[in-house]
Design a protein around this ligand. Structure first.
Ligand SMILES: NC(=O)C1=CN([C@@H]2O[C@H](COP(=O)(O)OP(=O)(O)OC[C@H]3O[C@@H](n4cnc5c(N)ncnc54)[C@H](OP(=O)(O)O)[C@@H]3O)[C@@H](O)[C@H]2O)C=CC1
Ligand SMILES: CC(=O)[C@@H](O)[C@H](O)COP(=O)(O)O
Ligand SMILES: [Mn+2]
Length: 428
């Protein structure tokens, strides 16, 4: 059955006990997980961790944008109650393929269906792993429903930090960072005092600054001139992490670190001045917290997102993630150096947006998404990405970002303005 949205399909039959690989599983002990962006890099890693712990977790819903073959394979392995895909024709194809295979997963399509599965009443955990601003509405729906959020989609906090954190405080939703640096920082901080797991008043806890590590990306050490002719393939070849193409380009421009500064401000209630970026090419130290007494706490591990995902899934417990423990004897050396902000101006643009407040980060994010897309499509040069963002930020006024409607309106304005600049540059 295919539907654009449905509210009753969660009336779901469960047997009191069933056997899984010889183990007795009690469904009432399983947390019900929704993976938004299941077919992506984070989604795939999440399902890998979940599959290791069938007695703890059960997949309630999986979503994809267009990757229907991959979503089909995931449904056949995890048997979610619901699968969501963007377009009706893909939903019909998926539904027929599932029926042929005897799988009872119901298929929905469209943006409303994403919000519906994210906010469904019998869900425990929502993994927010859609790429970009498209993740905001379903992630916020999950926050408003009071579910535990495993947050990978940093763009939703960048676009709607105040709305997002206020909604979590109102609903009591627990927000656990999956982004590797923020997860590392979370692990190095005292246990949060509120149910949301958002931190407040870190100064009171003796924290003087956060040290946000950056790999420097594939072009670390390159001058602005050397960056002029780089290709999308070069930009997507991250030295340490295997990730989706958009975040890979963000790492290459260091806009990823800029977005992460903003993300950290909202998660940990800080200002950009409290967050120092440290280039650490090995990506083994995932970030650090400096305390007043001279202590610097760090979290280390192999660069594999299954570690922060497993940490956030099981918190405050610890579970197997499939990642081998770090072999410290194999570490030749750790390097730490300041970023080159002249070659990588996106860091400064992100700080400027956060300091300006209101809709400035919305515009930053929207212009960045258009710029990255245009670069990946061969329309603009790598070095034009920060120029485009700067031009859009300079042109659009900053207004209060107090409703989702305003945020989406400014997002649309900025995307439209950025696309027009791309078209103009292509004609020149
Ligand atoms: N990859 C990583 O290691 C890390 C990622 N993150 C963040 O996690 C998020 C996901 O990143 P990553 O997994 O790398 O990205 P991917 O590009 O690998 O996957 C993105 C996922 O989102 C879906 N998607 C894309 N566009 C839309 C849309 N318009 N509507 C609905 N679904 C959509 C994709 O579906 P489909 O496959 O059908 O296109 C896919 O499932 C990003 O916000 C990123 O910044 C944070 C830290 C680390
Ligand atoms: C894995 C992860 O969290 C990414 O955000 C990663 O940090 C990107 O690497 P950069 O440090 O190069 O941005
Ligand atoms: Mn990160």
């Amino acid at each position: 059955m295919v539907a654009s949205a449905c509210s009753s399909f969660y009336a779901h039959k469960r047997t009191p006990f069933f056997s899984l690989q010889g183990r007795r599983v009690n469904p009432s002990m399983q947390k019900r997980i929704v993976v938004l962006g299941a077919t992506g890099s984070i989604g795939t890693s999440t399902l890998d961790v979940i599959a290791r712990h069938p007695e703890r977790y059960r997949v309630a819903a999986l979503t994809a944008h267009v990757s229907r073959d991959k979503l089909l394979a995931q449904c056949l392995q995890h048997h979610p109650d619901t699968a969501v895909i963007a377009h009706e024709h893909d939903a019909r194809w998926l539904s027929a393929a599932l029926q042929d295979a005897g799988c009872e997963t119901q298929v929905l399509y469209g943006e409303q269906a994403l919000c519906d599965v994210a906010s469904a009443a019998d869900v425990d955990v929502v993994v927010a792993a859609i790429m970009g601003g498209a993740g905001l509405a379903p992630t916020l729906a999950a926050v408003r429903a009071g579910h535990q959020i495993l947050l990978a989609n940093k763009e939703s906090l960048v676009m709607a930090g105040p709305l997002f954190t206020d909604a979590a405080r109102q609903s009591g939703a627990r927000v656990l960072p999956v982004d590797s640096e923020h997860n590392a920082i979370f692990q190095c901080l005292p246990a949060p005092s509120s149910s949301t797991a958002l931190h407040t008043d870190l100064a009171q806890a003796g924290v003087i600054r956060l040290l946000l590590t950056a790999s420097g990306g594939p072009f670390r050490g390159w001058s602005r001139d050397q960056l002029h002719d780089v290709t999308p393939e070069q930009a997507c070849a991250h030295p340490n992490w295997s990730m989706g193409r958009k975040i890979s380009v963000d790492s290459a421009t260091m806009m990823n670190k800029g977005l992460e500064i903003i993300e950290a401000c909202w998660l940990f209630d800080l200002t950009p001045d409290d967050i120092h970026v440290v280039v650490h090419p090995q990506s083994i130290v995932h970030s650090m917290v400096a305390y007043r007494d001279g202590s610097v706490l760090a979290q280390l591990g192999n660069p594999d997102m299954r570690t922060p995902i497993a940490h956030a899934l099981a918190w405050p417990e610890r579970i197997d993630s499939g990642v081998a423990p770090l072999d410290v004897f194999s570490m030749a050396q750790f390097e730490f150096r300041p970023p080159d902000e002249e070659a990588f101006p996106c860091l400064g643009l992100a700080r400027r947006a956060m300091n300006a407040g209101g809709t400035a980060p919305v515009v930053l994010n929207a212009a960045n998404e258009v710029a990255v897309d245009a670069f990946l499509n061969g329309q603009i040069r790598f070095t034009a990405i920060p120029k485009l963002i700067d031009e859009v930020m300079a042109a659009l006024p900053v207004v209060a970002a107090d409703t989702l409607e305003t945020i989406f309106a400014q997002d649309a304005l900025a995307r439209d303005y950025a696309a027009k600049i791309v078209a103009r540059w292509c004609d020149e």
